[in-house]
Design a protein around this ligand. Structure first.
Ligand SMILES: [Zn+2]
Length: 75
């Protein structure tokens, strides 16, 4: 199961929010259920990698955020 471009953008926003507040439940970018599992696998300073897993819909994605990319924060 792959994320669409829009869902990927959504996932990047969710990860940014998760980094700001790691204790808050993260909604899944695909099914919107809270409880997305985010694991930071970043290889800084080159890039940021996050493993995303959703127990609700079975999403299993690795999200790559190139460093220096601007993350749109508006909803
Ligand atoms: Zn899901």
């Amino acid at each position: 199961m792959a994320l669409t471009v829009g869902q990927q953008r959504e996932a990047i926003r969710r990860v940014a929010a998760w980094r700001a507040e790691p204790l808050k439940p993260v909604p899944c970018p695909a099914c919107k259920a809270p409880g997305l599992d985010v694991i930071d696998r970043s290889a800084r300073p080159h890039a940021e990698w996050y493993a995303l897993t959703c127990p609700a819909c079975g999403l299993s994605e690795t999200l790559h955020i190139p460093l220096g990319a601007s993350v749109p924060m508006a909803d």
